[in-house]
Design a binder for this molecule. Structure first.
Ligand SMILES: *Cc1c(COP(=O)(O)O)cnc(C)c1O
Length: 237
């Protein structure tokens, strides 16, 4: 990364923080109520570490191979490393113990594997359950009506702890449509919270990316995952 790009990251980091603060304030929350997680796919460790030096304290990778290739180089002293992509069951053991939160759990099979690999290491792994709020085919996440059953099944497992929900809504060409998805997701989050299911902690609602994190916060997100607005456009996704 060139000095120019690092200066861009600095500028972007500041702008995003200000927009997060502004959105939070609009709905009576504080900046600190919202977690800014940087989606770091395709970004080199030096650039990520630069962002961390600015105060960024949550990063998320979405490919196991890429996470492992950068793992030794991240400066994680004051930063939480999370997994935000689709996770194959056979790769769980490669990241268990390395990440603080797996955001993308959408099946009992995957949860069981995380439970097994965590137990082996004597740790508890925090997870979010991913919801396919737009009911899109070929997309990760459970449908709304499957959520409660899956949560209850996961709650029975050892060494795994549900901390909330995550979603990636359909790509929308207008703000009102996307806000509707975020709003539905927030309702679901509140609904599940109020049921006070045993061993289910609903504290994190992770939704909103570069194009729509502002709207997501207005609709109740308390964690946003921002990539390209911080690091610049990716050559591949
Ligand atoms: C890449 C990615 C993001 C961020 O996307 P941008 O549009 O670049 O902000 C958020 N969430 C997940 C799961 C991602 O893979």
């Amino acid at each position: 990364m060139t000095a120019r790009s690092l200066a861009d990251v600095e500028y972007n980091y500041k702008v995003i923080n200000e927009r997060i603060a502004e959105a939070a304030q609009k709905i009576g929350k504080k900046r600190e109520d919202i977690t800014f997680l940087a989606a770091t796919k395709t970004v080199d460790a030096a650039t990520i570490n630069h962002a961390i030096s600015l105060g960024l304290d949550h990063i998320g990778e979405n490919r196991v191979q890429e996470l492992l290739s950068k793992y030794e180089d991240y400066n994680l002293e004051n930063c939480s490393l999370q997994f935000i992509g689709h996770l194959q069951t056979n790769k769980v053991r490669q990241i268990a113990g390395k990440v603080d939160l797996i955001q993308s759990v959408d099946s009992l099979k995957l949860a069981k594997e995380i439970s097994k690999e965590s137990k082996k290491r004597n740790i508890t792994t925090d997870i979010l359950v991913e919801v396919n709020i737009g009911r899109e085919e070929n997309k990760s996440g459970v449908f709304e009506e499957q959520l409660e059953e899956l949560l209850c099944q996961i709650a029975e497992l050892e060494s795994i702890s549900v901390r909330g929900l995550m979603t990636i809504p359909p790509i929308c060409d207008n703000t009102r449509k996307i806000q509707k998805y975020f709003n539905n997701m927030h309702k679901l989050f509140i609904d599940i919270s109020q049921k006070k299911l045993d061993n289910i902690n609903m504290s994190i609602l992770s939704m909103g990316m570069s194009a729509d994190y502002y709207e997501a916060i207005l609709e109740g997100a308390n964690m946003v995952r921002v990539g390209s607005s911080l690091f610049g456009a990716r050559n591949y996704t």
